[in-house]
Design a protein around this ligand. Structure first.
Ligand code: PEP
Length: 263
């Protein structure tokens, strides 16, 4: 991937809070992230995906600040008798612009298929949210040598459902399941190899899709972020555990800014 094309791609660092947080601690975290992000917003985009009950709090603290906010899942429906589900439009009413879909924890614990994830991505787009579509292989799949087959199929499910125009508005997060919350990140070379594969697959569908941002997620920390974000096809990170401490999260954002400026 040429340097010029890399520069054209949006660079992101997005926090995935998962089911963490309480009002008081969120207030301090959101404020610190908003303050720290001010110095980086010229180069990169920063976001946080919070538990849905905290959307109003995120909106109150982050409005007018260079930090986007969003949800960690959405329904495929707009409204109706779907107890416990949250419609994309509901998130939009609280200023959300991002929606994670297909996180491996949703795929594993809620049996979400790649087709369902694709439908969620389309629903997010219809509502005006940017879907961050998570894909990734398990350790068994990697050891069996099927990583490309697995992530290729997960990506294809989305590309088969969306038009090229729609697909151009998504973000992909490659998150090897074995690296999530384990402290065992993929090496920069392992992550780059999968990102290059995904970018080629996107470009195969349509050359314009080579610009879709590809984030890496899985035990990203301040000390490995620069090596990961310095790779040619890695456009940023989806950050779990390290997004819960402002200092750690902002250090990762700073690494992305440094990597972007070095390109
Ligand atoms: C995640 O949950 O999306 C994630 C990447 O988690 P962690 O950074 O904690 O591995």
């Amino acid at each position: 991937m040429s340097e010029k094309r890399s520069e054209q791609r949006v660079k992101w660092v997005v926090g995935n809070w998962k089911m963490h947080g309480r009002l008081a601690e969120n207030a301090a975290l959101l404020q610190a992230v908003a303050d720290g992000a001010a110095a980086m917003a010229d180069t990169i985009r920063i976001g946080v995906c919070v538990p849905t009950p905290y959307l109003a709090q995120a909106q109150a603290v982050l409005s007018g600040k260079p930090v986007a906010w969003g949800v960690q899942d959405i329904s495929t429906y707009t409204h109706g008798a779907y107890t416990g589900e949250v419609a994309a439009e509901m998130a939009c009413e609280f200023g959300a612009t991002l929606a994670i879909v297909g996180h491996s924890e949703r795929r594993a614990y809620h049996a979400e298929s790649s087709e369902l994830v694709a439908a969620k991505a389309r629903r997010a787009l219809e509502a005006g949210l940017t879907p961050i579509v998570c894909i990734g292989e398990t350790l068994d799949e990697r050891e069996a040598g099927t990583t490309e087959a697995v992530v290729g199929a997960q990506l294809d499910a989305v590309l088969n459902l969306l038009s090229v125009e729609e697909a151009a508005r998504i973000v992909i997060a490659y998150e090897p399941v074995w690296a999530i919350g384990t402290g065992r990140s993929a090496t920069a070379e392992q992550a780059q190899a999968v990102h290059a594969f995904l970018r080629a697959r996107l470009a195969q569908k349509d050359s314009s899709l080579a610009r879709v941002p590809l984030l890496y997620g899985g035990s990203v920390k301040a000390d490995n972020a620069l090596a990961l974000f310095g790779q040619a096809d890695i456009d940023g990170g989806l950050i779990g555990g390290a997004s819960l401490k402002s200092q750690d999260f902002l250090a990762i954002c700073a690494a992305q800014k440094a990597a972007s400026q070095a390109r």
